[in-house]
Design a protein around this ligand. Structure first.
Ligand code: SF4
Length: 315
């Protein structure tokens, strides 16, 4: 697989672009995730023409449509930032991004819970950074996160899984459109989708079943929309345990009673939160190889992203 293209707030890469001339280097993003992705850096404040260093800014007014203002001089930067951001998202369309990692707490780049000050100078953490808002409105289906939230193992796993799936989907969409390609992609991702949302799994099954009745463009569009909505929903140990039990059903004939007992025990331990998901997954992968199970062998669920990222190693 080619590297995955991700937009990122420039300061997270260690570039000295912040208002105080510093950076916010995040080593996980550069050294670990960076092995699999190609970053497209975006610093809204510098790219809209502000110097380094510069006066700090904040959001103020109505949290749903705040103004971006210099903290001391009170200069209003809203129009300048909005004009630049609208041009920037149009240019970013050409980059074929699979997601964006924003800098948390920034009035320009933060994606949620950004302080917005009222007329008395009191902050409420209900705002969205000015560039981040315009970006998310322009690309509503793209996976987005901020570096702070990515320290949470569950959110990290969810975000990275989504960008890997979206990249694989893009590779399918870039080839000649065919109903067969959608069916093939869906077949490989069925259990992964099920682990996020049984409801979306059903909806997508119905969509693929009537694939030949839909114009091909509409099929691709609808499939991608439901896929990204499904993957946004977090997996839980209950949903994963159901998928693991479902997979176990494929070995009904092959597993000895000892092997069945061991697998059931491991799934139960996982469900109760005593061991991480990687343990039952490793055991099932072992049986898939041992018994050469053709359907499970192709399931993205068993191998959705590189093991080295250790995304399924948390309890
Ligand atoms: S938070 Fe955004 S605007 Fe601020 S320095 Fe980082 S990239 Fe630039």
């Amino acid at each position: 697989m080619e590297k995955i293209k991700l937009g990122i707030s420039t300061c997270l890469l260690g570039e000295n672009v912040r208002y105080d001339g510093g950076h916010k280097l995040d080593r996980f993003l550069t050294d670990t995730l960076g092995q699999y992705v190609e970053y497209v850096p975006v610093c809204p404040e510098v790219e809209c023409g502000l110097p380094i260093p510069r006066e700090a800014m904040h959001l103020e007014g109505n949290p749903d449509s705040p103004r971006l203002t210099m903290t001391h001089t009170k200069q209003d930067m809203t129009e300048r930032m909005v004009r630049w951001a609208q041009r920037s998202v149009a240019e970013l369309e050409r980059e074929d991004l699979c997601g964006f990692i924003f800098k948390s707490d920034s009035p320009s780049s933060g994606m949620e819970r950004i302080k917005v000050y009222n007329e008395k100078g009191m902050p409420v953490k209900k705002g969205v950074g000015m560039f981040a808002r315009i970006f998310m409105e322009h690309f509503p289906l793209l996976p987005v996160e901020d570096e702070g939230r990515l320290h949470d193992p569950g959110l990290r796993e969810n975000f990275i899984e989504r960008i890997f799936v979206l990249k694989r989907w893009r590779e399918v969409s870039d080839r000649k459109e065919s109903r067969g390609s959608v069916v093939d992609f869906h077949t490989k991702h069925k259990l992964l989708i099920l682990s996020h949302s049984p409801k979306h799994y059903q909806m997508m099954g119905m969509l693929v079943a009537k694939a030949k009745d839909l114009p091909i463009k509409e099929l691709y569009q609808q499939y991608q929309t439901i896929l990204m909505e499904a993957l946004k929903l977090k997996t839980t140990s209950k949903k994963n345990s159901n998928v693991l039990m479902h997979m176990m059903g494929y070995f009904r004939e092959e597993l000895s009673s000892d092997e069945k007992k061991e697998l059931l025990g491991v799934i139960d331990f996982y469900r109760k939160g005593h061991i991480p998901l990687i343990v039952p997954i490793t055991l099932i992968n072992h049986y898939v190889r041992k018994y050469n199970q053709p359907y499970l062998k192709q399931q993205a669920y068993l191998n959705p992203h590189p093991l080295e990222l250790q995304l399924r190693n948390h309890v």
